[in-house]
Design a protein around this ligand. Structure first.
Ligand SMILES: Nc1nc2c(ncn2[C@@H]2O[C@H](COP(=O)(O)OP(=O)(O)O)[C@@H](O)[C@H]2O)c(=O)[nH]1
Ligand SMILES: [Mg+2]
Length: 324
């Protein structure tokens, strides 16, 4: 790399660390598009300070509305807030939900707030990763809180919950799928459960159902799993919600669990990266392209089977050296 490139990077690093919104946006895009880890390596020493809160639940539960009012509440205390909205992307539309953007526009204009919509662009697998990387950028940019909105439907939000220190699961009476949500394991990742749309019929009943389910569930030691009712559109119940988020944060800090969990996450991440590195080294180095093509040819012509050859290749790679 040329010297001049490095100086540009250093200059934008300074701006990033100061929370310059334009540079934050550019850096997230750069990280998304960059196959190398250079930017992440540069910013990493400046991360680790932000507190991550995940807001997850079925589509239409009011997650975006909640994120909006939670952010407003946190702003009252002059906190800096990063928001990542992981939007459902229809394979047909290819875009993030417009509604979320409109609703969050006012907020986005405020100082100390940065909002990013992540579109999945068809690849759900890469979404959790992209979200984590964007969160790292926001962390480096000095955000006190990073709010991550995801739809509770499958593996992705479970992966995303991995970055979150506090996970809020949002349910609504009309979804009528509380049982389904419990089955999907959403409640397992919940630190706080919300029944939103408290103005609708059935919200109290749902609240009771969830309380019952939680009684049955084995309690994690030391945390009381608040189950709260909110009406996000009327900003009702938000102060209590934010208070419980902070209680959870304090609990994690005091009990040492925050550090413990973050260390566990780091270990998991390193292992993932090691695997990834090994995989790409394998692809690039250990089996030469021509050799691989010969193998592919044989498998294509049914002279070899992929199961056997894969096992042989793996063994030849990990076989201990003779002299040992
Ligand atoms: N009645 C009622 N509607 C709400 C409430 N919270 C959100 N909504 C509405 O529910 C719809 C979906 O909200 P949104 O925040 O986009 O849900 P998301 O898909 O979970 O992000 C919107 O029309 C909101 O105005 C609430 O507490 N009560
Ligand atoms: Mg939304």
């Amino acid at each position: 790399m040329k010297n001049e490139d490095i100086s540009i990077k250093m200059n934008s690093l300074k701006k990033l660390l100061k929370g310059d919104k334009r540079v934050i946006a550019q850096t997230i895009s750069a990280v998304e598009n960059d196959v190398s880890t250079m930017i992440l390596e540069t910013i990493f020493p400046h991360t680790g300070k932000a507190y991550h809160i995940g807001i997850t639940g079925p589509p239409g539960a009011g997650k975006s509305t909640l994120v909006n009012v939670i952010a407003k509440k946190l702003l009252e205390k002059n906190n800096k807030i990063g928001i990542i909205a992981v939007d459902p992307t229809s394979p047909f539309s290819g875009g993030a939900l417009l509604g979320d953007r409109i609703r969050m526009t006012d907020l986005a204009l405020k100082d100390g707030v940065f909002i990013r919509s992540m579109a999945s662009r068809g690849s759900l697998g890469g979404l959790a990763r992209k979200t984590n990387d964007a969160a790292l950028v926001l962390d480096a940019a000095g955000m006190d809180y990073i709010l991550i909105e995801t739809i509770g439907v499958g593996q992705v939000e479970l992966d995303i919950a991995e970055v979150c220190d506090t996970t809020v699961v949002v349910l609504v009476p009309e979804s009528g799928d509380s049982i389904q949500v419990m089955k999907a394991g959403l409640l397992e990742i919940a630190d706080i459960v919300l029944v939103n749309k408290g103005d609708r019929d059935g919200s109290d009943r749902l609240l009771m159902e969830i309380k019952f389910a939680f009684e049955l569930r084995e309690q994690k030691i030391g945390w009381h799993f608040p189950i709260l009712k909110t009406t996000a559109t009327k900003e009702m119940g938000i102060a209590a919600l934010v208070a419980e988020m902070k209680n959870h944060q304090a609990y994690l800090n005091k009990s040492g669990r925050l550090e413990q969990e973050r260390r566990a996450k780091i270990m998991k991440r390193i292992n993932e990266l090691v695997e990834e590195n090994i995989r790409s080294h394998l692809r690039e180095r250990i089996i030469k392209k021509e050799e691989m093509e010969r193998i592919v040819d044989k498998v294509y012509r049914r002279k070899l089977n992929p199961y056997n050859i894969a096992s042989k290749i793996a063994k030849s790679i990990i076989k201990p050296r003779k002299h040992r």
